[in-house]
Design a protein around this ligand. Sequence first.
Ligand SMILES: [Zn+2]
Length: 437
Amino acid sequence: MLIGIRGTFLDFTGDPFFQEEEECTRFFSDGLLVIENGHIIEIGNFNDIAPKFSSLSIHHYPDRMILPGFIDAHVHYSQIGIIGSFGKQLLDWLETYVYPEEAKYVDPEFSRAMASLFLDQLLRNGTTTAAVFATVHPQSVNAFFSEADKRNMRMIAGKVMMDREAPQYLLDTPTQSFNDTKELIQNWHRQNRQLYAVTPRFGITCTADELRAAENLKNLFPDVYIHTHIAETHREIEYTLQLFPQCSDYLEVYESFGLVTPESIFAHGIHLSDSEFQRLSEAGSTIAFCPSSNMFLGSGLFPLFKAKSHQHPVPVAVGSDVGAGTSLSLLKTLNEAYKASALLHQNLSPLQAFYLITLGAAKSLSLDHLIGNFEPGKEADLVVLNPQATPLTNLKYSEHATPLNIKSLSDHLFTQICLGDDRSIEKTYIAGQPVLF
Ligand SMILES: [Zn+2]
């Protein structure tokens, strides 16, 4: 069955941090996207393509902006319940709010209910793919993947591995962690659209044996992701290096166990040295920039433009990092990204910002052969954005040149970065199907 979606389309074919923006931006003011069995088969101007398809059921969205589904590169589904908890910095935050909350995920029914709520909130915010921390409990991962699979969403997730420096009720052991993770990978990795990430929480909560277990898993299943945290606060870095005195910096802790790979996602990376940037660049690992969380916990400002430099380019994507992040909306997260960069005297352009949550993220996560833009052959995950959803966005909309055209595009996108949220998301499509939220 062929489905056609008609409206104004925007996606990227290159990286606007390194190329002229016009060269890597694709725009159809009256476009048509043709989908068959969940995959894109054609995109172009409506008048050029429509005559080729006589029996097309067309979903028409006049005056709407249609973008590839958003990608959240770092988020904890198990922390949705503690979003907006008051007044702590990273290590106290974990102890006071995170660990007691994560303990609840021992209950598979609770895990399932929270996974369901979390995934529906992602859809409501236009997020179609995310890299997700569950908890230490295998049942939290099973619940998450089965809910994601039910919705046919392309998700990356994994069981947290941690065997020290957290309450006893949340600790595993290297052997148990290895066995549980191995079974989860066998059950879920590449099961339909699901992908597994070996997920050591961070250096502080993992002994050398636990990190070795992660290394062994990566050797056994070379195409799984590694998902962890790095260099979020100075206190964390200091303590990590006390626990691994043989390492001269934080990245070396992960390097020692073969965890710095092209499939690795490191959340935060705020306080990395030049040498660490260089080594991440050589390895092709991804940094998940989490501006909302970085500001909320007072952790610091990630130097985005240092990562996106010719000197040592590191793949970067954006993470909401809920629960320390204060919103699942990647539009609101881009708002924080803009401000974090402004405080470092850099201006994140609207097109660069949207690149980071679409094709930029897909490339960073080595998923750009499947998602990230509207190239034929890719999976049809997309977002229909209403630029006039609220009185204020409506006001701004009428101030910009309309109807929406390539010249006014950056103005319209910047309005969404500053004022947009889940109200802007009119519809989300997963593999060519509109979903309810
Ligand atoms: Zn995190």
